[in-house]
Ligand binder design. Structure first.
Ligand SMILES: C[S@@+](CC[C@H](N)C(=O)[O-])C[C@H]1O[C@@H](n2cnc3c(N)ncnc32)[C@H](O)[C@@H]1O
Length: 219
């Protein structure tokens, strides 16, 4: 395997990012756009379908960048995954009552360094386009090190041809004024191969915002 330079995570960058996300959830609570029914109607069957197809016997899952926790609850309640850990920069968006009821553990995390354990499924949905691309490879490489044998990473982000991003590498979100980045690694077979991984499927989800996902495994 090709050995990559490991980046040092910038505490300043992630502290700023956390403050910005805390502000979003404090101001908007669970009425953030990604918790809208129109997204859930499409994303819930997509995520469930991918797990049922690519890891039907999953026993453990990490939902990295859980947000309101809606997919962590899905993993536990609908898919019956026994151990579900949800991680995010902030717990201000999550429904704590549902997490307690379903025994979902929450971990406050700036980077995968903050999360322990190994998992059959790592879901990272709608998160990478919110993080500077220079960190994508490192996040993915750390996720790979947290996978059980046969495990899968399900990575979803805005597609490069999304109406907002429109082929650009970075744009300001009209909702939050944070930067939205192009997630190149989702389609970069060479970069994945250099990390000892491969995408076993990829597709676009055509919505008002075009989403793209890849299911990634060890080579
Ligand atoms: C657009 S929301 C998506 C939430 C959820 N995955 C969903 O699809 O409903 C992005 C989430 O990623 C979290 N996030 C952003 N950067 C992060 C980081 N470096 N570490 C952990 N969480 C992060 C944010 O706090 C936010 O809750």
């Amino acid at each position: 395997m090709h050995c990559k330079t490991v980046l040092v995570y910038s505490m300043e960058y992630f502290n700023q990012l956390r403050k910005s996300w805390e502000k979003t959830y404090t101001e908007h609570g669970s009425s953030v756009p990604w918790a809208k029914q129109e997204y859930l109607d499409v994303f819930v069957p997509t995520i469930s379908g991918l797990i049922k197809k690519y890891h039907p016997k999953a026993n453990s899952a990490l939902d990295y960048g859980t947000g309101t926790g809606q997919y962590a609850v899905l993993l536990k309640r609908e898919l019956g995954i026994y151990t579900v850990v949800a991680a995010d920069l902030t717990d201000k968006g999550i429904d704590k009552t549902l997490f307690e009821k379903h025994k979902i553990k929450f971990v406050c995390s700036d980077t995968p360094n903050d999360v322990s354990g190994t998992y059959d499924v790592i879901l990272c949905w709608g998160v990478f386009h919110c993080i500077e691309p220079k960190y994508h490879e490192q996040f993915l490489s750390q996720f790979a090190g947290m996978l059980n044998a046969g495990g899968v990473i399900i990575l979803g982000s805005f597609a490069p041809d999304d109406s907002h991003l429109a082929g650009q590498k970075v744009k300001k979100s009209t909702f939050s004024n944070r930067d939205i980045f192009h997630v190149k690694i989702i389609d970069d077979n060479n970069a994945l191969a250099a990390l000892g991984m491969k995408a076993i499927t990829r597709d676009n989800i055509g919505l008002k915002r075009t989403f793209r996902y890849a299911v990634i495994k060890a080579k």
